[in-house]
Design a protein around this ligand. Structure first.
Ligand code: KIV
Length: 265
């Protein structure tokens, strides 16, 4: 395959909006999952700081570290041939100063091989987004519910239209190539999508965004316990895996596994 003929890069990702092609995005934190997602034809893979919740069992994303995002991002990038890979900037890796933000985002790009970073914020992060973009680092913004600010805002639907519009426009003007919109009423997300010339990627933001993102473990039914209303379960892997493991235990205990088929003669 010629090197770049089928890969999704930042310009192609952005062009999908004007081409009216819905953008698909899922999270991944490891090699095999990223490989499956990429081979299934998903346009973009996010190495999210949700790894702190999904992979590590924490209650929030706040504890995710830069080194962890780089560690997981590197595994994901090694698996991906087509999708645009975006790695999250974790809490306090971009808020302290522009210089720190550039150093940290630079490490993410250099050490993982991903094409872009994502950070939470709009208006108040506009200077940082512009600084990163000026340094040659593509940035996706994240407005609406910002899980890194959960201690200030909690997990609830964001309905402040003026703030959302200001945040999204500021991110666009600062040079962001796209924006995740999390937990926002559908009509408001539709308005943001119409207002912006960059793609909007919704999670809990209804059907009118330019694309959708979900946490892969949620949509595959791998996460245990309650899930947000906006998640659709496309599989029940938890149950499948649990059944397979019970069956394995049963067969080992009865002597049905291994049988002749699995033994060397
Ligand atoms: O960290 C993450 O996985 C995210 C998505 C939920 C959008 O930011």
């Amino acid at each position: 395959m010629p090197a770049d003929s089928h890969t999704v890069n930042v310009p192609r990702f952005m062009a999908m909006k004007s081409q009216n092609r819905k953008i698909t995005m899922l999270t991944a934190y490891d090699f095999p999952t990223a490989q499956m997602i990429d081979e299934a034809g998903v346009d973009s893979i996010l190495v999210g700081d949700t790894l702190a919740v999904v992979m590590q069992g924490h209650a929030t994303t706040i504890s995710a570290t830069l080194d962890q995002l780089i560690y997981h991002g590197e595994m994901v990038c090694r698996a991906v041939k087509r999708a645009l890979v975006i790695v999250d900037m974790p809490f306090l890796s971009y808020q302290i100063s522009l210089q720190k933000a550039i150093e940290n985002a630079g490490r993410i790009l250099k050490e993982t091989g991903c094409q872009a970073v994502k950070l939470e914020g709009g208006e108040e992060q506009a200077g940082t987004i512009a600084g990163l973009v000026n340094a040659g680092i593509p940035v996706m913004a994240h407005v609406g519910l910002r899980p890194q600010s959960v201690n200030q805002s909690g997990y609830r639907v964001q309905r402040d239209e003026e703030k959302l519009l200001k945040d999204a426009r500021a991110a666009e003007q600062a040079g962001a190539f796209g924006v995740v919109i999390e937990c926002v009423p559908e009509d408001l997300a539709a308005k943001l999508t119409k207002t912006l010339s960059i793609p909007t990627i919704g999670i809990g933001a209804g059907t009118h965004c330019d694309g959708q993102v979900l946490v892969t473990y949620d949509m595959l039914g791998l996460t245990v316990g309650p899930i947000p209303r906006f998640v659709k379960r496309y599989a029940d892997l938890n149950q499948n895996i649990s059944n397979a493991i019970s069956q394995y235990c049963k067969e080992v205990r009865t002597g049905d596994f291994p049988n002749d088929e699995h033994a060397y003669k």
